[in-house]
Each structure stands twice: as C-alpha cells, then as structure tokens.
Design a protein around this ligand. Structure first.
Ligand SMILES: Cc1cc2nc3c(=O)[nH]c(=O)nc-3n(C[C@H](O)[C@H](O)[C@H](O)COP(=O)(O)OP(=O)(O)OC[C@H]3O[C@@H](n4cnc5c(N)ncnc54)[C@H](O)[C@@H]3O)c2cc1C
Length: 492
C-alpha cells in the first residue's frame, strides 16, 4: 500500500538536536540574519531551517555530567558565561591508578587528563539551553520526530521521511496512525550522534568509509546526590586499572558537580574478547572500590544512563559530504577518544558545516562540489589539530592496555605518528572469542544501596515508551542466534 505523505520543503534539514545539530542551526541562523541585514541577495530565511529531534524534548537523549571544553561554545555564543547552565568550573584534575583495594594519584596529572579551563556541565541542560537560542532565531525544531529513511536523489540525498506514528509492535497501523512526513531540503545534515541509523545507511550506500572501520566504546554512568563534604564541586578524577583487566581498554571517571551531586561512570571499548563480559556489572563492581565507596555511601542514585561513543578518530572518519548532504558531530567521528571529549568538536563541526551551507545557499549550488569545502574547513581548524595528534591512539589499545601505553608514549613525542602510521584497526566485534559451552554467568544483582541490577538502573534512566510500538533494535542476522550465540542464550 502506498502511503500519502504530507510534504514540506525547506533549505536545510538537520537530523538530531545534540551539540552538533544545534550549533549548526544556530550558527547558520546568525549568518543568515547578518546577511539579510546587510541587504545582500539572495535573501535567506532561518525559518527555512528544520531541526528534527527524536527525543520527547531537546536534551532528553543526553547523559548528564560531562566535562566541556568551552572553546567552540565561546565562538558560537561569545557571552555564553552570562546565561549558559555551566554548573561549575573544573578545580582539580586527578589521574588515579586503582588496584582492588587501593588507589594511587599520579604525582603529575598527564596532559590528556588535565581539565583546567573546562567546565563540569549537565549536557542535557546545555542542549536544552542551546535549543532555546536556536528556536528564538526562528528555526523550526520538531521534537519527537525521528528521521526514518533518507530520500536519495542522484548521487546524494534530498531529505528524509520521518517515522510513521501510531504503528503497533508488528508494524501494523493502529486507529491513530499518522504517516510520517516527507521533508525535502537543499541540504540535509546528519547530526544523529554515534552510529546514527540514517548515517550508517548513507555511509554504506555511498561507500563513504575511511581506511579503518569505526570502533565504539560504551559509557555506563550514574548521577548521585551524596552526603555534604564528600566531594568538592569541580573535582575531576579519571581512574585506570581495577576492575578493567589489562587486555581491555577502559577506565572510570568521577566528576563533582555543584550541590553535592556527582557523576560517576566507566567507559569501555566494545572490543573485548569475552562475549559474556557485562559492562554494566563491571561498572557496578568499580563502585565498590574503597575510593568510590567513601564518596557514594549514604548517598542516593538520581539518574542512570548508558550510551556508546565513536572511538575510531581521524582514520575512521567517513567522507563527510555528498550531493545535498553533510555528516557532523559523533556521526562523523568528531571525537577525541584520548580525552573522552566530543562536545566541543561536535559544536565546531556543526559551525563549519553552517559556514559551508551558507556559501552553498548563496551560490545556489548545494552539490558535493560546494559541500566538499566542509572537510577543507575541518582540515584548517583546531578539529584537525586535535584529532591528528591522536589519530593512532585508540587503535594502539586494540591489543591490550600495556602495548597501548608503549605506542602512546611514541605517539606523544612524534605528534601522533608513533611507530606505525596509519595504524590499522579491526572492527570491535572481530575480537570476540567463542565461549565453547561455558555457562553464562549469573546476572549482577547488586545490594540495592551502592550497587544495582540492570532493571533498577534502567528504571532510573527516564526511558519511556509504549509497549505496543515497533522495536527499534533489530538483530541484523537472525541466524546468528542459532549458529553462533545459541549456547550463550540457552543459559540465560
Ligand atoms: C558516557 C559518555 C561520556 C562522555 N563524556 C564526555 C565528556 O565528559 N566531555 C565531552 O566533551 N564529551 C563527552 N562525551 C561525548 C559527547 O557526549 C559527544 O561527543 C557529543 O554529545 C556529540 O554530539 P552530537 O550532537 O554529535 O551527538 P549527540 O549528542 O548524540 O546528539 C544526537 C541527537 O540526535 C538525535 N537523533 C539521533 N538520530 C536521530 C534521528 N534519526 N532522527 C531524529 N533525531 C535523532 C538524538 O536523540 C540526539 O539528541 C561522552 C560520551 C559518552 C557516551
């Protein structure tokens, strides 16, 4: 059955209202305002920019408690300190080495762990605030609208079809069925975050992959209200060692926010050998370390979240432009995995995309010839400078922490080149080893005070969805369950 869809046509369509998409929209709207005020032709309109966000509100899909390098925000909103919800400046940056029962602070904090001049923020509050600025310029932000399919035209893209609403879990229309919109634009910007559903289709369809496949990490985190005096606002610590074994890549963080709030989390590369390894359980175990116990005991869990992040860096960055389309932020691999920072790079990539789109709209040429100016702008910006220094960083750890540290030492003194450049990476899932009939471990239960089972944590994630709606998670190869995972599954 062919579905009649309402059509809407604009100049620019941005998919995703995270730091990248919102910075793109805001910067472009400001450029347009200045352009129109100068009387230059053609007249452009901020109202012809559409932003789609699948979350129920801006910021709903952001994890709170992050450290933000404010350099891009200072360019985007020069007086940001007056109104941005910054929470607190970083006052102390520590690097800690954990063994099971003890911790050792590095006497000198290594540069990647230095956070002087940065802010501890709630990213969800920052994006909400940015969203307000974007809407005030006249840009249309559509919340609870997920881009479901790309509209391809020629060698590029011409817009998206949004999700149909009112569909049951089997994909059948219900009484309240409303077909998705067909949104067309001269330029479609993919700012979906890590492993965006449309981005991955576009990258595959147009063969935009770089020399390395993207690799991913997962961050599992909790936000706690703790007893007064347990942590100073602005205290930032990164932990190495226990419980992360030396054949894995990962570490923890402890960020002190204002009002006795603390963000704690463990981030792990999704390329471990044991398919039964459980990052959530590892995070809960990490919280039982005496250093964390001292901070958290007597406190209360406020919020939980888990999210993936792209670790691949420069050599995993896809081609970021096609006819009528750009890829920015985490979707385009703009993340510094050594510093665990992507907010400022996402923002800056959004602004450089806006500069490129502005020129394209003025000239009336939105083909890849004009849009290829985007990666050139990236090359000349501090994005390249930062990501080039760490271009071989994550790959170095694909063979364990110890070898990773040796490579990193050489990279540090050779501006990122190291012993092998470019260092190739393998896709994370290729690291899995067969479990050979080993029974699945028992699920982590937690004590309900300091540690929690997964269900309790998910309850604290604020996730809400209808029972009778299509599932967004699809197993791409369903045979895998009978041919490869059958032993693991039958033990659950
Ligand atoms: C655990 C963890 C800790 C981190 N800590 C830090 C830190 O301390 N400092 C730092 O600088 N960086 C940190 N990062 C990285 C940082 O969060 C990201 O680099 C940054 O948020 C990327 O911004 P983005 O706009 O590209 O993507 P996102 O922030 O992921 O935003 C993408 C948005 O697009 C929406 N969306 C996705 N697909 C669609 C679709 N098809 N249709 C409509 N909407 C869609 C999503 O709902 C989301 O709102 C961390 C990441 C993780 C996972």
């Amino acid at each position: 059955m062919s579905i009649q869809r309402e059509q809407l046509e604009g100049d620019v369509l941005i998919i995703g209202a995270g730091p990248a998409g919102l910075s793109c929209a805001l910067h472009l709207a400001k450029l347009i305002k200045k352009h129109n005020a100068s009387g230059a032709k053609p007249e452009l309109s901020a109202e012809s920019i559409y932003v789609l966000e699948k979350g129920r509100e801006i910021g709903a899909h952001q994890l709170s408690g992050a450290i933000m390098n404010p350099n891009a925000l200072a360019e985007l909103v020069p007086d940001f300190e007056k109104s941005a919800p910054l929470d607190t400046p970083v006052t102390d940056s520590a690097a800690l080495l954990f063994t099971k029962n003890s911790s050792l602070r590095f006497p000198i904090t290594p540069p990647p762990f230095q956070n002087k001049g940065n802010y501890v923020v709630s990213l969800s509050r920052i994006t909400k605030w940015l969203g307000g600025l974007v809407e005030a310029t006249g840009v249309n932000v559509f919340k609870e609208f997920g881009g479901a399919e790309l509209i391809y035209e020629g060698d590029g893209v011409a817009g998206v079809i949004t999700e149909d609403k009112g569909v049951d879990k089997n994909g059948k229309p219900k009484d309240n069925f409303t077909p998705g919109y067909e949104l067309r634009a001269k330029v479609t910007v993919l700012a979906e975050g890590t492993r965006g559903s449309l981005t991955k289709k576009l990258v595959a369809a147009k063969k935009l992959d770089n020399i390395n496949p993207q690799s991913y990490g997962i961050g599992v985190k909790e936000l706690w209200d703790v007893q007064p005096g347990r942590i100073q606002p602005g205290y930032v610590a990164h932990t190495l060692g226990w419980p992360v074994s030396t054949d894995m890549y990962g570490g923890g963080w402890i960020y002190g926010l204002s009002n006795n709030r603390v963000s704690v989390g463990l981030v792990l590369a999704l390329e471990y050998a044991d398919p039964q390894f459980d990052p959530h359980a590892a995070f809960q175990t990490w919280k039982t370390h005496p250093f964390l116990k001292k901070i958290l005991e007597g406190g209360k869990l406020v919020r939980y979240g888990a999210k993936s992040l792209p670790y691949g860096g420069w050599y995993a960055m896809p081609r970021t432009y096609v006819d009528g389309g750009l890829i920015i932020g985490d979707s385009g691999s703009f993340l510094d995995s050594q510093r665990l920072k992507g907010i400022h790079l996402a923002m800056k990539s959004g602004m450089l995309a806006a500069d490129t789109i502005f020129e394209a709209l003025k000239s009336g040429d939105t083909s890849s010839k004009t849009l290829s100016a985007f990666p050139q702008r990236v090359e000349q910006s501090y994005i390249k400078k930062e990501l080039w220094q760490v271009r071989n960083f994550h790959q170095s750890f694909q063979h364990g922490m110890l070898r990773g540290f040796v490579h990193t030492a050489f990279q540090q003194i050779t501006g990122g080149r190291g012993l092998i450049d470019p260092m190739r990476a393998h896709a994370g899932h290729e690291a899995y080893k067969k479990i050979n009939g080993r029974p699945a471990p028992e699920r982590f239960k937690g004590d309900g005070k300091l540690t929690f089972d997964r269900l309790t944590d998910v309850y604290h994630s604020g996730t809400r969805h209808e029972e009778d709606q299509p599932c967004h998670l699809h197993v791409a190869d369903t045979n895998i369950c009978s041919t490869k995972c059958v032993i693991a599954l039958s033990n659950y």
